[in-house]
Design a protein around this ligand. Structure first.
Ligand code: FAD
Length: 386
């Protein structure tokens, strides 16, 4: 049986980018993915918040992110539909503009406030009666599905092996992980890198490993092609979800089965893609079950009611409710690197906003695994929580 240098489990943006970057530094890689359509990457808006750094580390990595995105179309030979667009962070009528502004103060390049009329000139679909105005900045955007497909095609061209099946378990012998099982067979590797988003938790706990990784259930409405244009990426100007993530509760709450850890958050937002379809979001539920803990039709109604205030035309467009899991960590940085105490087992997950982070982090992490120590990567390793 062939022993790979690496097996990467999971073909969301994180696993797709990492498997490509590892193949590029001439390591042998098997990428295993169950091919489920319901991944965080699949239903993502695809926004690249390269301006949103708040520390030297995030500022450096986010800026590297936009540089890497500009390189990728040529390097991968794929059209990722990279573009610049306006991000509009809407402030609801009656909300406290100064308080929202203060919440952006830590950003190196905070978005600027514009009044409702100016916001309406940027985005004609906005109901200017429903908002005080919006915070705005230039943002970047890619099509998540095309980006992953681009990474996958380039990975295969470099000789990478891509297996479309679910990893059913990790092979652990004593304190070493030596491979991965699927229903059909076992595969051996010097290093197994778990990059399966929230499902990483299930794979790790089956071999007795706990890591400080958490997740939300994200729910959106994915539309058919619209017969009108939404030019900008629109989200509400509050940080309700990220605030809840950072305020992350006692980890023991996350051990309780089928348990709501915190109340859900609804952020009315939308992005339209080049094929005219749109993703309207989003409800985030902090719940320990892996299956959707909510009624789909009630959730869809809540999303449609919420988007109807800033963007009335979207309320009744044809669309389907979708659900996926999105990971996060307590400090909003990814969780990567060797899993302490287990040889041969690595993690590459915890990306809440991966579109700015993953391309440069995957590149640097692959180089580090290929013997180029990297002080930025060291700040994101699992061991920081030990
Ligand atoms: C509505 C919404 C909007 C978002 N907007 C943005 C945004 O604008 N910008 C941004 O940066 N981020 C955004 N995100 C977050 C982001 O897109 C995701 O969190 C992200 O893509 C995570 O990538 P990942 O590769 O870590 O995990 P995932 O995309 O969840 O991928 C995990 C993969 O692992 C596979 N897998 C799981 N279990 C197994 C198994 N046992 N065996 C094999 N394979 C397995 C799954 O099939 C999946 O392909 C958004 C998310 C949502 C839901």
């Amino acid at each position: 049986m062939q022993t790979y240098d690496n097996i990467v489990i999971g073909n969301g943006l994180a696993g797709a980018a990492l498997s490509y970057e590892l193949a590029k530094v001439k390591q042998s890689v098997l990428l295993i993915d169950e091919g489920s359509p319901d991944s965080g990457t699949r239903y993502s808006y695809g926004g690249i918040g390269y301006w949103a750094g708040t520390t030297e580390l995030t500022e450096t990595i986010f800026r590297a992110g936009i540089v890497r995105h500009r390189e990728l179309p040529d390097e991968l030979g794929a059209d990722t539909q990279l573009r610049e667009l306006d991000l509009l962070l809407t402030v609801a009528k009656g909300a406290d503009i100064a308080a929202v502004k203060a919440s952006y103060a830590a950003m190196r390049t905070p978005p600027q406030f514009i009044d409702a009329k100016t916001a309406g000139e940027i985005e004609p679909q906005l109901n200017t009666e429903a908002i005080e105005g919006a915070f705005t900045t230039r943002h970047a955007h890619v099509d998540p599905i095309l980006l992953v497909a681009g990474y996958n095609a380039a990975f295969r061209q470099l000789g990478g092996h891509h297996n479309l099946s679910a990893a059913t378990g990790l092979v652990r012998i004593g304190d070493t992980v030596t491979g991965v099982t699927t229903e059909a067979q076992a595969y051996a590797a010097k290093r197994v890198i778990v990059s399966a988003g929230a499902y990483s938790l299930q794979l790790l706990s089956a071999v007795g490993v706990q890591v400080p990784l958490y997740f939300t259930h994200a729910e959106i409405v994915e539309t058919a092609p619209l017969d009108f244009e939404v030019r900008s990426l629109i989200m509400p100007a509050n940080n309700a979800r990220t605030d809840s993530e950072s305020a992350s509760p006692d980890p023991s709450e996350w051990q309780k089965p089928n348990h709501q850890v915190m109340p859900p958050v609804l952020e009315a937002g939308v992005i339209q893609f080049r094929d005219k379809t749109a993703r309207i979001g989003q409800i985030s539920r902090f719940h320990t079950a892996f299956v959707p803990p909510a009624d789909a039709s009630e959730s869809e109604k809540a999303i449609r009611d919420a988007i109807a205030r800033p963007l009335p035309k979207l309320k009744n467009v044809p669309g389907i409710w979708r659900h996926c899991l999105v990971t996060f960590t307590q400090d909003n940085l990814p969780l990567l690197g060797p899993v302490p105490g287990i040889d041969g087992l690595h993690l590459f997950s915890g990306f809440t906003g991966p579109f700015a982070l993953v391309p440069p982090v995957a590149q640097r992490y692959a180089q580090q695994l290929n013997h180029s120590p990297d002080e930025l990567i060291e700040q994101m390793t699992v061991s920081r929580f030990s």
